[in-house]
Ligand binder design. Structure first.
Ligand SMILES: NC(=O)c1ccc[n+]([C@@H]2O[C@H](COP(=O)([O-])OP(=O)(O)OC[C@H]3O[C@@H](n4cnc5c(N)ncnc54)[C@H](OP(=O)(O)O)[C@@H]3O)[C@@H](O)[C@H]2O)c1
Length: 313
């Protein structure tokens, strides 16, 4: 099979395409023939020697196959959850080695679920790490409910565009931030209100928020705390909460946390149901061929992605 190896941490020039044997599968694993991969900012951080290199204590002198988000079909199965031919998708082995930049991926069956028939493999691959992040934080941790005022930062991006749709589905009043260029997109996916972060000061434009999904810097966390109502909640997915932010939150009894997404087939099943019913949709703004992974990384690295970027095989 073809696979993309990172020969050492660094630029996209360190990707090497190799022909290697298909991975073998252990008990309770399936071998997935990959049809689409999605990429995330963590792929870029890890490519540069940060991200999962640090979290999983990986050896930077050893070659690594990056990637976690796949959609495809089961080629071989050592699990009673899936049989050969089943279409599946999921985020494989996060925060470890997913080895998803390959034609075949060995995946724990417990990290996957069946792909809905009404969506493409790219739409499925997109709705893995980013959708799980939105789901695990909004639904499982924050338990958002009808009438909550929810602020989603970077609402046009991978995580943000699922978070807006999920919050809206649960009946929240959704406020989304993006540049003016993505205003219409953010409103089109269900936000009730849009904040143009370049033209509007958050602290003057928003108030009485119950929950914030934060993915920006410490200053943004401080500003978000200012617009949360007493007893509200903030989850940061980019930065740990600084002592300054904790102290500011404590004054208003605001609960803060930094969280990391984890692989979960049962959460993927919930996401699949939402995709099947149309409650959420993946917006794939760009697709790249497998031999254009470097271009796909460069595009995502600009930080301007709308929805998701997918790689097709
Ligand atoms: N802890 C976790 O488990 C976890 C999981 C997933 C992601 N993350 C992190 O969360 C962040 C977002 O991930 P992602 O996949 O959504 O990234 P992404 O798709 O690359 O985000 C791109 C979007 O960010 C928006 N953006 C950039 N600067 C902004 C700002 N100052 N205010 C509002 N929007 C802004 C851009 O909109 P404009 O072009 O309109 O500015 C663009 O649409 C990343 O840092 C990622 O590493 C963490």
């Amino acid at each position: 099979m073809k696979a993309i190896f990172l020969k050492e941490p660094g630029s996209t020039e360190n990707f090497i395409y190799k022909e290697v044997p298909q991975p073998s599968i252990s008990d309770d694993e399936v071998l997935v023939k990959v049809k689409s991969i999605s990429i995330n900012p963590i792929d870029i951080k890890t490519r540069k020697g940060q991200g999962v290199f640090i979290y999983a204590n990986l050896d930077p002198t050893k070659e690594l196959i990056l990637g976690w988000d796949i959609s495809g079909y089961v080629f071989q199965s050592n699990s009673n959850l899936f049989k050969p031919g089943d279409e599946v998708f999921g985020m494989v082995n996060f925060l470890g080695v997913g080895a998803a930049y390959a034609e075949f991926v060995a995946a724990p069956a417990s990290h996957l679920t069946h792909k809905p028939n009404n969506i493409s493999h790219s739409e499925a691959a997109g709705a893995t790490l980013a959708a799980l992040t939105a789901w695990q934080n909004l639904v499982k941790r924050a338990r958002i409910k009808s009438g909550d005022r929810v602020l989603i930062h970077a609402a046009a991006g991978g995580v943000g565009h699922y978070a807006v749709q999920i919050a809206k589905h649960f009946g929240a009043y959704v406020i989304g931030t993006s540049s003016a260029a993505n205003r219409d997109f953010v409103l089109s996916i269900g936000a009730d209100e849009h904040i143009d972060y370049k033209a509007q000061k958050l602290t003057e434009s928003v108030k009485n928020v119950d929950f914030v999904l934060e993915c920006l810097d410490n200053q943004s966390i401080l500003d978000s705390i200012e617009v949360i109502k007493p007893g509200g909640r903030l989850i940061s997915i980019l930065n740990e909460i600084s002592q300054e932010a904790k102290d500011k939150a404590d004054i208003k009894s605001i609960e803060t946390a930094y969280t990391t997404v984890i692989s979960s087939g049962s959460d993927m099943k919930s996401i699949a149901e939402f995709l099947r019913s149309g409650a959420i949709e993946s917006h794939i703004s760009k697709e790249f061929a497998f031999d254009k992974m470097a271009e796909a990384h460069s595009e995502l690295e600009k930080g301007r992605a709308v929805g998701k970027i997918a790689i097709i095989l």
